[in-house]
Design a protein around this ligand. Structure first.
Ligand code: DC
Length: 229
């Protein structure tokens, strides 16, 4: 069967990764979590002490950007891919609030985006991939055969992230998460480099009132229609 490229873009905490992981599993495609890549670059800055007043030291980061290599390795126990930063598993650390708070300014830097987009295009060049992010359908793979743009209300997205972090045993505050979601929406939409926007040919999915089963059904149907028109 012919393989396609699937681009899933949208606001943070819309459930893009849940959807992308499900689709990758059902189709046997490779899942590439591009947000995890920007998170790993952010962690790299934190580890090197390059954050001052909530912003990364761009000069230091620019010097080292070509030394940052991000890969995804399947965890045989969970069957899910995990993020590695220069060979080290950072899957847990990149989901922390300290990384979430700093990732937007890091991902807004032009040379960071250029380096990550290059790695993403390399990983997806043979098709048979599902990528989620903000600029997949517009910049990384503008020729993707299937593009989905996801959205949901900020409150429902904050609640989902709160439940997820609580479930992992983290001590989190709902108001703080809601604030973080809104702040990231604003930065993601207004940044000069590849702002979050819907590709002209993307299909919009507002999942505020959809449960996971309904969403998955819709998704598989759409995939089938795209592969076998
Ligand atoms: O999807 P996420 O919350 O893990 O993404 C983390 C941050 O990275 C988010 O603030 C936006 C940014 N991002 C981006 O700019 N471009 C992408 N392709 C993916 C994520």
């Amino acid at each position: 069967m012919k393989k396609i490229t699937i681009a899933i873009d949208g606001f943070s905490s819309c459930g893009k990764s849940t959807m992308a992981k499900y689709l990758a599993k059902k189709t046997g495609y490779i899942y590439i979590d591009t947000g995890a890549m920007y998170r790993a670059v952010t962690l790299f800055c934190i580890q090197n002490g390059w954050i001052k007043n909530g912003l990364p030291d761009e000069e230091k980061l620019r010097e080292q950007i070509e030394t940052i290599h991000i890969t995804f390795v399947l965890n045989p126990d969970t069957g899910l891919p995990e993020t590695y930063l220069n060979g080290k598993n950072v899957e847990r650390e990149i989901r922390s609030m300290s990384v979430s708070d700093l990732v937007s300014p890091v991902s807004a830097i032009g040379f960071v985006r250029k380096a990550m987009v290059k790695q993403q295009q390399e990983m997806g060049k043979s098709k048979g991939v599902v990528l989620d992010g903000r600029d997949i359908g517009t910049v990384v793979f503008p020729d993707a055969e299937l593009k989905i743009f996801m959205t949901a209300s900020p409150e429902i997205r904050a609640q989902r992230r709160y439940d997820e972090l609580k479930g992992k045993g983290e001590d989190v505050c709902f108001e703080e998460i809601l604030e973080n979601v809104k702040k990231r929406d604003h930065i993601d939409q207004t940044r000069a480099e590849s702002p979050l926007q819907k590709a002209g040919d993307a299909i919009v999915l507002d999942n505020t009132n959809l449960n996971v089963e309904e969403q998955n059904k819709w998704l598989l149907n759409l995939f089938e229609k795209t592969v076998n028109p």
